[in-house]
Design a protein around this ligand. Sequence first.
Ligand SMILES: O=C(O)CCC(=O)C(=O)O
Ligand SMILES: [Mn+2]
Length: 249
Amino acid sequence: MECGNLKCFVIVRLILRITKNYKEYDTGKAIQTVDLMQNGYMMQTLLFNSCESSICANLLPKNGCINYYPELISPIHCSRLFDQLKQNIAWQFDEIQMFGKKIVTQRKVAWVADPNCSYTYSGVKKHPDHWTPALLDIKSKVEKVAGCQFNACLLNLYHNGSEGMGWHSDDEKELDCNAPIASVSLGATRKFAFKHKLDKTIYSLFLESGSALIMHAPTQRFWNHSLLKTKRLVLPRINLTFRVIRSKE
Ligand SMILES: O=C(O)CCC(=O)C(=O)O
Ligand SMILES: [Mn+2]
């Protein structure tokens, strides 16, 4: 695509995205202005870095790097993949430790990984399930855009908008902190936010079905993230976060 055409394409996509963000915004949340400002920032970034990779420019203002790929998986494949994962994964209610107490969440989870890649988070140790063909297919797609080979995937199944995930960063000791974390979404579009650990700046975006959000180092060190709950009626969503577990030698 020629440079001029590419710029036009980028501008049109941004205008559509800003309009969509504005329409879909959950009212009453303090982050509305930040959203719009950040889209302004994003537009600036894209216009001034106009090049082949401009669609995937860094969306964070500092201390990290995230890239958003709206159509890693084409729309016609999304619902089939969603159904396959819903049926073939050994989903379990998530158990987390909070203030010394074990809490069972509504959200369901699964941990799929290479053998020996166990993972402890929120005080609970997960032993890996086997990769399925559908997961391996998504893994190879996301590895191409992330530029990294993953050996593990945490899967989350949110039944509706009342289920989300609170502020946290993916910085457990088993994870290779220099490797990216790649988040693939299927099903309902949901709002995802980043909050800077020191100055509390918030940046948020919508994660659409079939999209991939790549969080490169050092994002986890400086930013927490959260999947926001919503009162809107939304369909179920599956999220896959591909990770690299450090080898134990
Ligand atoms: O569902 C999402 O988009 C976020 C999931 C997440 O942050 C995690 O599994 O650590
Ligand atoms: Mn996370």
